[in-house]
Design a protein around this ligand. Structure first.
Ligand code: HPA
Length: 276
C-alpha cells in the first residue's frame, strides 16, 4: 500500500468511527486478547462500532473475538476498547493488523494497552498468572511499516528501545501488588501461527531469551511505536508452552484459563486505567 493510500485509509476509517462514537474522545486504547473480551462489558456509556462496518477494516474470524470497538469510559477514563483483534493467521497482512492501532491514534489515543493469552516458556512461570511484557522478539517475519514512504505517516526508521514503556510497566506492577494479583515480567515472542509451536522451537526460543509466546501483539506494538504511542503489553499465561512440563496447548485450554482469570484481569486493567 502506498503511503497516500494508507493515510487515506486511516483517515476514512477514523472518520467512520468518530461519526459513531458521538462526543466521546478516547485517550487510552485497549486491545483485548483471546478470552479477555468480557472487560469490554465494564465500559460505561458504551458506543459500539463493529470492525466489519469500518471502511478498510477486516472482520475478526478468531474464536471468541467479538470484533468491535467499544468506546466509553473505564474507571472514569475515556477509552476505546477493541473487543477482539485481527491476527495474521486469519489472512490479514501486517498493515491490516496495524490499521486499527493507527486509527485509534488518529482518534487521539496516546497510550495503548495490548493484551493476549500466551504460552509460558519460562519454567518458573505458572498458568493463571499475568506477564507484563518487558520487550519482544518479532518472529512473525513481517513488519507493518514495510512499504510505507520514508517520511510518510511517520519517519521510516524508529527506535524500539523501551518499546514497552518503563513507567507503565512500573504502574502495572504497583497495581498488581496492591490487588495481590500474581504478575511476572518477561520477554514476549510473537509468531504468525496458527499452528502451535513444536517442543524444539520452544527450546530454541528459550535459548534466545523468550519467556512467553503467542500469535499476536508484535505488529500492533511496532505500529504504535511508529507513531509515538506509549505501550503496555500484558499476557495472561493461559498454558505452559508446548513441551514444557509435557504441555500440549489447545484453544480450549486457553479459553478455560481465561474464564477463570477474568475477575483478576478486569481488576488489573481497570486499576491501571484509573491512574492514567
Ligand atoms: N503458543 C502460541 N500462541 C498461544 C499460546 C501458545 O502456547 N497460548 C496462547 N496463545
Amino acid at each position: 500500500m502506498t503511503d497516500n493510500v494508507l493515510k487515506a485509509s486511516i483517515a476514512e476509517a477514523a472518520a467512520y468511527v468518530r461519526a459513531h462514537i458521538g462526543d466521546r474522545a478516547p485517550r487510552i486504547g485497549i486491545i483485548l486478547g483471546s478470552g479477555l473480551g468480557p472487560l469490554a462489558d465494564q465500559v460505561e456509556d458504551p458506543a459500539y462500532v463493529p470492525f466489519a462496518d469500518v471502511p478498510h477494516m477486516h472482520r475478526s474470524t478468531a474464536t471468541g473475538h467479538v470484533g468491535r470497538f467499544v468506546c466509553g469510559t473505564l474507571a472514569g477514563t475515556p477509552v476505546i476498547v477493541m473487543q477482539g483483534r485481527l491476527h495474521g493467521y486469519e489472512g490479514n497482512s501486517a498493515q491490516d493488523v496495524a490499521l486499527p492501532v493507527w486509527v485509534m491514534n488518529e482518534l487521539g489515543v496516546e497510550t495503548l494497552i495490548t493484551t493476549n493469552a500466551a504460552g509460558a516458556i519460562n519454567e518458573n512461570y505458572r498458568v493463571g498468572e499475568f506477564c507484563i511484557m518487558s520487550d519482544h522478539i518479532n518472529f512473525t517475519g513481517r513488519n507493518p511499516v514495510v512499504g510505507t514512504e520514508p517520511d510518510g505517516i511517520a519517519p521510516r526508521f524508529f527506535s524500539m528501545l523501551d518499546a514497552y514503556d518503563p513507567e507503565l510497566r512500573a504502574l502495572a506492577h504497583r497495581v498488581a501488588d496492591e490487588r495481590s494479583i500474581p504478575v511476572e515480567e518477561g520477554v514476549y515472542l510473537g509468531l504468525l501461527g496458527p499452528s502451535f509451536e513444536t517442543p524444539a522451537e520452544i527450546r530454541a526460543f528459550r535459548s534466545w531469551g523468550a519467556d512467553t509466546v503467542a500469535m499476536s501483539v508484535v505488529e500492533e506494538v511496532i505500529a504504535a511505536r511508529h507513531v509515538g504511542m506509549r505501550v503496555l503489553g500484558i499476557s495472561l499465561l493461559s498454558n505452559m508452552a508446548c513441551g514444557v512440563e509435557s504441555a500440549n496447548p489447545s484453544d480450549e485450554e486457553v479459553f478455560e484459563v481465561a474464564k477463570e482469570a477474568e475477575p483478576r484481569f478486569c481488576s488489573l486493567v481497570e486499576g491501571i486505567v484509573a491512574e492514567l
